[in-house]
Design a protein around this ligand. Sequence first.
Ligand code: DUC
Ligand code: ZN
Ligand code: ZN
Length: 472
Amino acid sequence: MTTLIRGGVVVGPVSAQPMDVLVDGEKVVALLAPGDASLGSDLAATATRVIDATGKYVVPGGVDCHTHMELPFGGTFASDTFETGTRAAAWGGTTTIIDFSVQKQGERVQDCLAAWHQKADGNCAIDYGFHQVIGGVDSESLKAMDELVDEGVTTFKLFMAYPGVFLSSDGQILQAMQQASHNGAMIMMHAENGSAIDVLVAQALAEGKTDPKYHSLTRPWETEAEATNRAIMLARLTGAPLYIVHMSAKQAVAVLQANKDEGWNVFGETCPQYLYLSLEDQLSQPGFEGAKWVCSTPLRAKAEHHQDELWRYLRTNDLSVVSTDHCPFCFKEQKEMGLGDFSKIPNGIGSVEHRMDLIFQGVVNGNISLERWVELTSTTPARMFGLYGRKGAVAPGFDADIVVYDPAGRTEIGLHKTHHMNMDHSAWEGFTIDGHVDTVLSRGRVIVDGNEYLGAKGDGQFLKRGLSQYLI
Ligand code: DUC
Ligand code: ZN
Ligand code: ZN
């Protein structure tokens, strides 16, 4: 089975060039300049399938390295299953996710990972890997980290927030980082000062401040910047590579930048919600509406001018990746758990379907280059998390995870427009993108063709990841 994608512009992190792409089975086998006849003068006549990409970009499938399908959180579960969430991802041009297996105090890490494998196995539309949350750092879980690295789970997420649920003490963080510095793993950090936040939350509630907007007002930027600095200092003590997730405060990224400039292996991601949405425009909507946008780290005040700075940090590579932190909850019955008490609103926004489009809009708006779009959404996450060589580029030998993207197309996002996630609302209702995902190939098979879904549950395979390929 061969596929020829012809007439398009192949985009990678350093170039955008007219090239035809030849796919054989699951792999890209050749990139050919227009008119190159070295593999035959009429490849289209012999290919099983020809995709006309004239006027379009041919880009590597998106790698969303931060999703939470079926995550148990705050007494409920994220509303996308591995089946619905990965299908929605495919619709949006993402062909790989890395989700989080979760361990809490007292649980055996290996059992938790086995449970997450069971949730995903046979259900995914696209390829997937796992990070492991360590919610209970102790001698057993530290030992388990070594085993998981051998099984292709090479990244471990710790929390400085959510005391009593996920929070690790500084001593526990230090120990996990020491373990990572020995086994080569990377530590991912949810960097918010959870103990301080819990005091601010209790005080707000005691004053009758119960609306969704107080979620953000009780998690001020200082709580993110402080935790970011502490995480980096602990990482420096151990030499472990560190990746800060869902960064939303410019002051926190400034701390990261200073340490990157000194040559430390510290990295950060942001997410579309922090680039486009805000405390004023979304979280403060009348009544309980703002609950749709409760996530952590929180949407921040436009008045504080984070968004332009985050785009700038994406340009300068102080932020290396855009992931989604896809963690969807329905408004009815799930977000509503926090009616009258914002602290009970399940934290999360669903975006896995829209990341490629939303960040492409940054190209259209002049925030980033076309090449940087691909680098932020595919190439760097693949390298950061040990998938490069298979994922992250349209190049010979790589998996044929390819998106044909139409820059002249249009995507209207909304519950009754473009929306395949298992949610009863869209956090992106009314957003329109000047571009469109036309065709999506996953390991050589067309799974999205215009308005048709051609894939099936179980197409996606587990990806055993290597160590990070992005270290200094
Ligand atoms: N942040 C969220 O918004 N949801 C799940 C967990 C997290 O850290
Ligand atoms: Zn987090
Ligand atoms: Zn998350």
